[in-house]
Design a protein around this ligand. Structure first.
Ligand SMILES: Nc1ncnc2c1ncn2[C@@H]1O[C@H](COP(=O)(O)OP(=O)(O)OP(=O)(O)O)[C@@H](O)[C@H]1O
Ligand SMILES: [Mg+2]
Length: 397
């Protein structure tokens, strides 16, 4: 008996149970049903598992009618969908099929045989169709600050610009830092829309809505700005932002996320990034925070990819060597950026925040070149000078 994985998107517990019972009674196939009681739960399930078919109630409380269908479709291109309606409405059924549902069934008159047949036909038709399925999946690069003010946003902006410059591919800078929205300031873009609008309108996310949300910059990077201080009363929902990120992955080759500092939101996105760069500086408080952040990130299930360290604002003539700092941090530093205060002060005075000629741009360029070339940095051995630092920063046992 062939097994068939069904995603049932239904918020009415009674209806969900009776649909599950119907499918359990079917003789022709073994249906494995996973129920999602909201649109976000459905998107979570789709992100974690592959399904053969989805049964989608068009009247979920959290999103209405065809929006549910379209959202599921966008997040799982190619998945056959059978729609369900509460009442016998021809116009709703026609609209659902017109928008890509394989069939539309009325719950109140549903029988086992017709339900099973509809699911099987839906899978068969989809299997035979030659419709191309969206395949682009961006590499997601997260930039996280070990503490505030270490240069996270500056580095995230340079990463995005350099990735675009060196690869000529589509790059998005996604700012989710809830405490400041400075990526849009540095990138010199202005929009009334932010990550908050994207995450509260998951059901509307398609390419044209997206184009209204993001700002395109002359240097070829799209920016979706963070809500920043204006929205403290309405915090970003990590689960929803995760789906915004997943959607964005289908539109770009690279997504650089300014994660701000470690908090519930950045932690919930850490599992989505392929490469996480933790930015820190050589100051003792920053080293101390870095140790705590790295410990948290090393807990099981937190990270989706690799974690690397960027040491920013490395002053010339520093009393501790780089290998001492690496010893303190317990891992190699993948890139260093010098202290460029004087040049940044002048450049900012002239409104040239991310000018390509700045030393910080050139050092970021090198970092991105190494990354694109697949460069890996090996740990150095510690010198005796590291011991004092170790005690001060207290980041390792
Ligand atoms: N390598 C550097 N040399 C000198 N100054 C730097 C360097 N990198 C960043 N800065 C400066 O540090 C300040 C903070 O930078 P930025 O806003 O990027 O940090 P952040 O970690 O994102 O801060 P926040 O916690 O407010 O989000 C800015 O004035 C920036 O110009
Ligand atoms: Mg910042």
């Amino acid at each position: 008996m062939p097994e068939c994985k069904v995603l049932l998107v239904e918020d009415n517990l009674g209806d969900a149970r009776s649909l599950q019972e119907m499918l359990a009674d079917a003789d022709s196939s073994l249906f494995r049903v996973q129920t999602a009681d909201s649109l976000v739960a459905a998107l979570n399930a789709l992100a974690l598992r592959r399904f053969d078919v989805a049964l989608v109630d068009l009247s979920l409380a959290s999103s209405h009618g065809l929006e549910t269908l379209l959202t599921v479709q966008r997040h799982a291109p190619g998945l056959p969908i059978v729609a369900l309606t509460g009442q016998d409405s021809d116009s709703m059924a026609m609209a659902a099929v017109e928008r890509g549902a394989q069939d539309c069934l009325v719950k109140s008159t549903l029988k086992v045989d017709s339900l099973v047949r509809s699911l099987q036909y839906a899978m068969l038709r989809r299997h035979r169709s030659t419709e191309p399925v969206e395949t682009q999946v961006a590499t997601v690069i997260g930039i996280l600050g070990a503490k505030g003010g270490v240069g996270t946003t500056t580095i995230a902006c340079h990463w995005a610009l350099e990735l675009q410059r060196q690869t000529k591919k589509k790059v998005l800078l996604l700012d989710v830092d809830v405490s400041s929205a400075s990526a849009s300031f540095l990138m010199d873009v202005h929009s009334e829309y932010t990550t908050a609008e994207a995450s509260s309108n998951l059901h509307r996310l398609d390419a044209s809505y997206w184009n209204n949300l993001v700002c395109s910059t002359p240097r070829g990077v799209d920016v979706l700005q963070a809500p920043g201080a204006m929205r403290f009363h309405d915090p970003l929902n990590g689960e929803r932002v995760r789906h915004v990120l997943r959607f964005a992955r289908s539109l770009y080759s690279y997504v650089v996320v300014d994660l701000g500092r470690l908090n519930d939101l950045s932690l919930s996105l850490a599992s989505e990034v392929s490469e996480l760069f933790v930015v820190t500086t050589p100051e003792i408080p920053a080293l101390f925070e870095t140790g705590r952040v790295l410990n948290k990130l090393s807990e099981p299930g937190v990270m989706g990819g690799r974690t690397q360290l960027i040491l920013n604002r490395l002053a010339k003539g520093m009393s501790h060597s780089l290998s001492d700092l690496e010893c303190v941090l317990g891992r190699p530093v993948c890139a260093t950026i010098g202290d460029c205060s004087a040049e940044l002060h002048d450049a900012y005075g002239m409104g040239q925040f991310l000018d390509e000629r700045l030393a910080i741009s050139k050092q970021s360029r090198q970092m991105v070149t190494t990354y694109l070339g697949g460069g890996v940095v090996e740990p150095r051995s510690a010198s005796r000078g590291a011991l004092g630092l170790l005690r001060l920063a207290g980041v390792r046992d």
